[in-house]
Design a protein around this ligand. Structure first.
Ligand code: HSE
Length: 402
């Protein structure tokens, strides 16, 4: 019998307990032995809860209990989660977590600590909620040379972009509706500014490179500047607008970025709508494989945490290898990346725009958009684009083409 402690009885933590209760037989069958919840750590009490008697307020009760094999950290945030996880690993307990902030910031050193103590550190639920993407990278795709990962990694922003596109409603209105329905946080900054997607692509990039990709080094743009006019042009171009997290291998290392992109409709990522996430992985032998599913939500995320508990239980006494060393990965600068850009300027700036961006631009007419001039640039580098766009004042917006 494997004994588990859950740290944090919030949305994900209570979901983990629910999965362990509801699917006890399936979990036991898969793990090869019964998996039993022994403790829940939380500051609060839960009078009347089925697991009321298992709630403790002192982490040391869990850390000092030799019966505890696995700790599920579902508290979120850096501290005290980081200290709790480190101490658990040092005490010889395996840890699994949904905590993307912590994994993005300290994942590689926690993996190394787990290795030193012959236990495991897994974090399937930190990227793509219930989608088994990290385990696939770590297992089924281990023999591949992965050269690109591109994903829609944030459900909230994908929901907002989908609503703006399908219902023709502006960003602020859709955000308000999403907040009322509970799809967006009261403080939506982490989602709409791309910070959440940035943490997730940092984790994926670290697994892809086998080294630490620091999320602070990833160029990140959110969706707050996207307008309904942009969708009008996108439709004309047979494209969708999606917030993408990407990591591509090139001669200079790994190029990573989070930003809204115009994607041709024939690309499967263009058809991922609502709160769903999708991650496309390109391997040198495999080609493209795409993972699709619920990237958030209590049960989906909890299911991924329990998948880690099972893996750890099956490998009791062994460290599960995770390809993530603590040394920093070599990132290639954004400046050299080459692509086309879609740009909108006021109508009276058309001549200036043509002069600055040259004759190879393609002019785009939006449906029911008046008083502006919109075009797609030739393939140019990010640096070149940045230098040219600076020369144009009153730019209404621009979006990269995928
Ligand atoms: N806010 C996140 C999202 C939750 O919208 O995808 C899951 O990480």
């Amino acid at each position: 019998m494997a004994k588990v402690a859950v740290l944090g009885y919030g949305t994900v933590g209570s979901g983990v307990v629910e999965v362990l209760d509801t699917n006890a037989q399936e979990v036991a069958k898969s793990a090869g032995e019964a998996v039993e919840l022994k403790y829940i750590l939380d500051l609060r009490d839960f009078p009347g809860d089925k697991h009321e008697s298992q709630v403790v307020h002192d982490i040391n009760i869990i850390l000092e209990d030799p019966e505890i094999d696995v700790i599920c950290e579902t508290m979120g945030g850096i501290e005290p989660a980081f200290t709790f996880e480190k101490n658990a690993l040092i005490k010889g307990k395996s840890v699994c977590t949904s905590n993307k902030e912590l994994v993005a910031a300290h994942g590689p050193e926690l993996v190394e600590l787990a290795k030193q103590h012959n236990v495991s550190y897994l974090f399937e639920a930190s990227v793509g909620g219930g989608i088994p993407v990290l385990r696939s990278i770590n297992d089924s795709l281990k023999h591949e040379k992965i050269d690109a990962i591109t994903g829609i990694l944030n459900g909230t922003t994908n929901y907002i972009l989908t609503k703006m596109d399908k219902e023709g409603v502006g960003f602020a209105t859709v955000l308000k509706k999403a907040q009322d329905k509970g799809y967006a946080e009261r403080n939506p900054e982490a989602d709409v500014e791309g910070y959440d997607a940035c943490r997730k692509i940092a984790i994926l990039s670290s697994l892809m490179s086998g080294k630490h990709v620091n999320y602070e080094d990833i160029y990140t743009e959110g969706i707050t500047k996207i307008s309904i006019e942009d969708f009008s042009y996108a439709r004309k171009m047979n494209m969708a607008i999606k917030l993408l997290g990407m990591c591509k291998k090139n001669q200079n290392g790994f190029f990573t970025m989070v930003a809204p992109f115009l994607i041709p409709l024939e690309n499967p990522l263009a058809n991922v709508n609502g709160v769903f996430n999708a991650i496309d992985i390109h391997g040198n032998m495999l080609g493209d494989v795409m993972f699709y599913g619920k990237g958030a939500g209590k049960n989906a995320t909890a299911s991924a945490v329990v998948a880690d508990v099972i893996d750890i239980t099956k490998h009791k006494g062994h460290h599960i290898e995770v390809n993530m060393k603590a040394e920093n990965a070599q990132l290639s600068p954004k400046d050299n990346a080459v692509r086309s850009f879609f740009v909108r300027v006021p109508e009276n700036k058309a001549d200036e725009a043509k002069e600055i961006f040259g004759s190879k631009i393609e002019v785009i007419e939006g449906e029911n958009v008046h008083g502006e001039f919109a075009f797609v640039t030739d393939m140019i580098s990010e640096k070149d684009f940045e230098d040219r766009i600076k020369k144009l004042d009153s730019v209404k917006g621009y979006i990269r083409l995928y």
